[in-house]
Design a protein around this ligand. Structure first.
Ligand code: BGP
Length: 480
């Protein structure tokens, strides 16, 4: 009896809780193509890729990408075959509001997203929508982009249009995808669109504007839409889990964890405002440099209150981990880029972390530790994993490495739920289909489903990982 109880307990451990949801994600610029159809205006990614082809690994762009603008029904069919509970996609701001402003709404944009949303719902798949996955209307970039404080209001106007048009059917909204990339990679290093390097300054101005924009959109939903539509609004942050390189480096590892949480503290902490340890270092460095004030713009008390608590869940994008240690000469953190500027710390990986492609080294325990850390910082809140996935350089169909990546990470998510009692309610694979992977172009394959980019119809073919994921979803467990 004892033995059978033990076996039953173990088996139960491998089941996901009832109501736990599985999905997969994409983003507008990465899949839609149709960059200049109808009245759509250019986004900063259209401009960036057209003006700087050499920055993109294969000199490509998202002009056609997966052609999902035309082939959205095929995407829905693929999602249905997988048995997805939800599909996370993003709205292209310049497709919906070509002038960037809510004074003019594109009929074509409206039609496209209505078709996609309705098609998903008809097929039993919940639409989960990201408002901003990096494709700002170029016209708003011309006004300074995320370094212009007015963008917070313009984003609120855009959110108002989207909530109003689609909120009756969309119940989960993500305001921003990975502000750390939007601000740190784009405005500190200039490595991605809009390609502006204002090191140590641009990234922090952007950070403040993005936090205010998120808060305004959330508050708007709360006051104008929640009673009627009963949806949830949050944002999603990417975290690299940071392990100390040795026991003396714990404090440094903690500092970098807090740098990744720059876009979480203002929203999720009890006090609000920037993470104190990071705020302190930047203020001290700024003073030494003779700025007279911190390069990280302070919030007013009113702004702190506006931003604090503007969440219904915590969105986590997790891919990889690093070890943090004191930098040797010439060494640095590769990311967040601002980390290299403010701290003399460097990243490394453990020799036992063997599998990976590019920056994406597989370290499955990192996802559980990251969740645990976030729960310790912000309390017992709802977590949704909104991206997790693995890339290969070649379009391998029997993608065993990806299957193992998903299996190992899902295993850790289950431990987080069952052992650490963390309230994780959703898991999202990045990505449903191969797509335009920013500066890697088409040379990095993340899809559960392969895309033949030489085929004018962009043939979609499920990989072994798609079959594996479908089996997990069907059994709602890791016992297959
Ligand atoms: C995340 C983005 C996704 C996706 C993924 C893969 O940061 O939210 O849009 O691109 O990373 O990353 P990359 O293309 O840099 O390898």
């Amino acid at each position: 009896v004892v033995l059978s109880l033990l076996v039953a307990a173990c088996v139960a451990q491998r089941k996901f809780p009832p109501g736990f949801k599985f999905g997969a994600a994409t983003a507008a610029y990465q899949v839609e193509g149709a960059w200049n159809v109808s009245d759509k205006s250019p986004s900063i990614w259209d401009t960036f890729t057209h003006d700087n082809p050499d920055i993109i690994a294969d000199k490509s762009n998202g002009d056609v990408a997966c052609d999902s603008y035309r082939l959205w029904e095929t995407d829905i069919a693929v999602a249905k075959d997988l048995g997805l509970h939800f599909y996370r996609f993003s709205i292209s701001w310049p497709r919906l509001l070509p002038s960037g402003h809510s004074n003019y709404v594109s009929e074509d944009g409206k039609r496209y997203y209505n078709n996609l949303i309705n098609g998903l719902i008809e097929n039993g798949i919940e639409p989960v929508v990201t408002l901003y996955h990096w494709d700002l209307p170029q016209k708003l970039q011309d006004l300074g982009g995320w370094t212009n404080p007015e963008l917070a209001r313009l984003f609120e106007d855009y959110a108002k249009v989207a909530f109003g048009l689609f909120g009756d059917r969309v119940k989960t909204w993500i305001t921003f995808n990975e502000p750390v990339i939007i601000c740190d990679v784009a405005y500190e290093a200039g490595g991605i669109a809009p390609g502006i390097a204002l090191p140590g300054i641009g990234n922090y101005i952007c950070a403040k504007v993005v936090m205010l924009a998120h808060a305004r959109a959330y508050r708007l939903y709360d006051t104008k839409f929640r009673a009627q539509y009963q949806g949830k609004v949050g944002l999603t942050n990417q975290h690299l889990w940071c392990e100390p390189k040795n026991s003396e480096e714990e404090e440094n590892a903690e500092l970098i964890r807090n740098v990744f949480a720059l876009f979480a503290y203002p929203i999720y902490s009890k006090t609000g405002g920037w993470p104190p340890s990071v705020e302190k270092v930047i203020a001290e460095k700024s003073e030494k440099e003779g700025y007279g004030r911190s390069r990280l713009p302070a919030f007013t008390q009113e702004e702190i209150e506006l931003i604090k608590g503007t969440y219904d869940f915590y969105g986590l994008n997790y891919y990889t981990s690093r070890m943090v240690g004191t930098a040797q000469p010439g060494q640095k953190l590769f990311w967040p880029v601002s980390g290299s500027r403010e701290f003399s710390l460097a990243f490394s990986t453990d020799p036992s972390w063997k599998n990976g492609h590019g920056w994406l080294i597989s370290y499955p325990p990192g996802i559980r530790r990251q969740l645990h850390w976030l729960k310790q910082q912000f309390g017992d809140i709802e977590f949704k994993i909104l991206e997790n996935g693995y890339s290969t350089a070649e379009p391998v169909m029997f993608d065993e490495e990806r299957v193992n990546y998903y299996k190992d990470h899902l295993e850790q998510v289950l431990l987080a739920i069952n052992e650490d009692k963390i309230n994780v309610t959703a898991y999202t694979a990045w990505s449903l289909i191969d797509n335009y992977e920013w500066t890697s172009g088409y040379m990095s394959r993340f899809g559960l489903v392969n895309i033949d980019f030489n085929d004018p119809n962009r043939k979609r073919t499920p990989r072994a990982s798609a079959l594996y994921y479908a089996a997990v979803i069907k059994s709602h467990s890791l016992d297959l």
